[in-house]
Design a protein around this ligand. Sequence first.
Ligand code: SF4
Length: 327
Amino acid sequence: MILTVTRACNLRCAYCPTAKDGWPSLSQDDVRAAVRLFADRYATVARPGDVKLFGGEPLLVADVVRAAIDAAMARPEIRRVYLSTNGLGLNRDWLAWLGSQPKVILTVSMDGHPKDHRGLRRALPGVDDAYDHVCALLPDLARAPRVVVSQTIAPSTARRAGANFGHLLGLGFRRFNFLPGYFLPWRTDQLDALRAGFSDIADQIRAEWAAGRRLYVRNLFTWAPTPFFNTGLVVDADRSIHPSNVGLSGQIDALLGKTQVGTLDQPPTKKALRDGAVAVRDRLEDALDPVLLRSTMAADAALTELVTALYPAWLASKHARQAAASS
Ligand code: SF4
């Protein structure tokens, strides 16, 4: 289940498909009801499901995030809770609390060197610098369990993707997720730079594994039927329910009216949700400018190449760790 707890955000990232003003946010009661609905109807103890807390910036409604996590912690039908944040709402107390919630995996957006991070992740007036804010918390982030850094690579920073990854490694992060900018126009030279950047990143990761150092790459374990967007029970900030969060994209938010399959008060059947998910890919292809669709698929293919290139080394490092543990 994906809870878009709010569409509001204190940044205006260059590649952001989602930040929007004028939307409501979910309330604490809404997210409790959503967790109850998901655990009662769509997940089981034998086949537990995950809850993803997305935005906008979820920590702008911190009390709602906390209520969702509390509710999910109490239900054995829920395995993990993923919280994605730009980091501005984090502080030492939050990190300590999140670290004490064994189901929670925290994903923090960091795009690399401060120049690129700041160039892409523009703050609204009066908002702190996100890079400095996260860096001030590095000792606490290093102590916190289950912290993943999400590195977004935009067309304008693709040439420096490898250097930016190296910078993030140097800050001490050990868990990563890579995101090429989706639903953006990528020129041919930028796509070439993206492939070269991923190749550089792969070399750095393989070197870490070869040296026996642990490094987690989330992309090795994820798959989705559409680039970037996820299918599932998606509860949007206005309490409407969709089979995909594709409507988050400002480019194609006209799809929202077509993908809605219910509300928190009138939830869909499992079949309606499944059928809606199957239709999403075709709807996306119909709605998107063909140029954007082509460049999105090309950027996604570059990410798939990275993952495919990493599997053999990942398996080798896993076997080496197992052998060391059993000797
Ligand atoms: S932090 Fe996330 S939601 Fe906010 S503007 Fe950036 S990409 Fe969009």
